[in-house]
Design a protein around this ligand. Structure first.
Ligand code: NAD
Length: 254
């Protein structure tokens, strides 16, 4: 009997890399993908049973072909994690149509395309599949500075997660999302520099502001998020679908 199989997008860095590692520790064969193949390779190398691929989630034909290849090779697809995402901080009035489009292409359309590809395969295989999307604290509140396009794209992920959960429930596929807060990753390092610049401040001061905003008193680690994703993938979450689980140390409570 082959290992259960989990595929993670945007797994070359930060939260995605931690999710891939955690699922690997929990006994999955992990298909690590990223638009950056070298980064995906580095993640896969540290996991007991893993492989890596380049996947750009904004290309629906590539998403379909990727899932078909997984199924042709392994004959299974148990868990799909749509984690790839981008951000660029700027004032609402400065967001160009091109920046807005790119943000939605990766953060929202990518989740949509991958969800379709994964769900089609799970239905065809008759798998009790689990799909988990990486949304954000910015999926639940728009009181986030300098990220208007990101907020819009991530609110959409939360709604999409519910719609997918509703339509895929008859196929015994559960769909949930996680909503991280301030997670120490390369994305955060870029955001600290942007926000410091936009506020006329410095990254250390901004970081302290974010920590002060977090009742549990520290930045999140990618592993904080990864463990919740692993829970949602597990049978412990057997009756949870359409949920958006906050993992943010209390920075936003709903
Ligand atoms: N870091 C945070 O504070 C935070 C908070 C809430 C939500 N998130 C979300 O978590 C997810 C991971 O973020 P992170 O902080 O680990 O960021 P990160 O920048 O460290 O990693 C994101 C990964 O996605 C990949 N990627 C970008 N565009 C892609 C594409 N078109 N196709 C495939 N892969 C692509 C990048 O190459 C990178 O490896 C994102 O969806 C992000 O929006 C992050």
């Amino acid at each position: 009997m082959s290992l259960p199989l989990a595929a993670v997008t945007g797994a070359g860095s930060g939260i995605g890399a931690a999710i891939a590692a955690e699922l690997g520790r929990r006994g999955y064969h992990v298909v690590v993908s990223d638009i950056d193949a070298e980064a995906a390779e580095a993640t896969a190398r540290a996991i007991a049973s893993a492989e890596f691929h380049r996947l750009d989630v904004t290309n629906p034909a590539a998403c379909d072909a990727f899932v078909e290849e997984i199924v042709a090779t392994h004959g299974r697809l148990d868990v799909w994690v749509s984690n790839a995402g981008i951000s660029k901080m700027q004032r609402f009035l400065d967001v160009s149509p091109a920046d807005l489009a790119r943000n939605f292409e990766v953060n929202t359309f990518g989740v949509f395309y991958c969800g379709q590809s994964a769900a089609r395969a799970m239905i065809q295989l008759g798998t009790r599949g689990r799909i988990i999307n990486t949304a954000s604290m910015a999926s639940k509140q728009g009181r986030v500075p300098f990220l208007a396009d990101y907020v819009a794209s991530k609110f959409a992920v939360l709604g999409l997660t519910q719609a997918m959960a509703f339509e895929l429930a008859p196929h015994d596929i559960r769909v949930n999302c996680v909503c991280p807060g301030f997670v120490a990753t390369p994305m955060q390092t870029r955001e600290l520099a942007w926000e410091a610049h936009l506020r006329g401040s410095d990254p250390e001061t901004v970081k302290q502001m974010w920590i002060n905003d977090t009742p549990l008193g520290r930045l999140q680690t990618p592993e904080d998020v990864a463990r919740v994703v692993a829970f949602l993938a597990s049978d412990d979450a057997e009756f949870i679908t359409g949920e958006a689980i906050s993992v943010n140390g209390g920075a936003f409570m709903d």
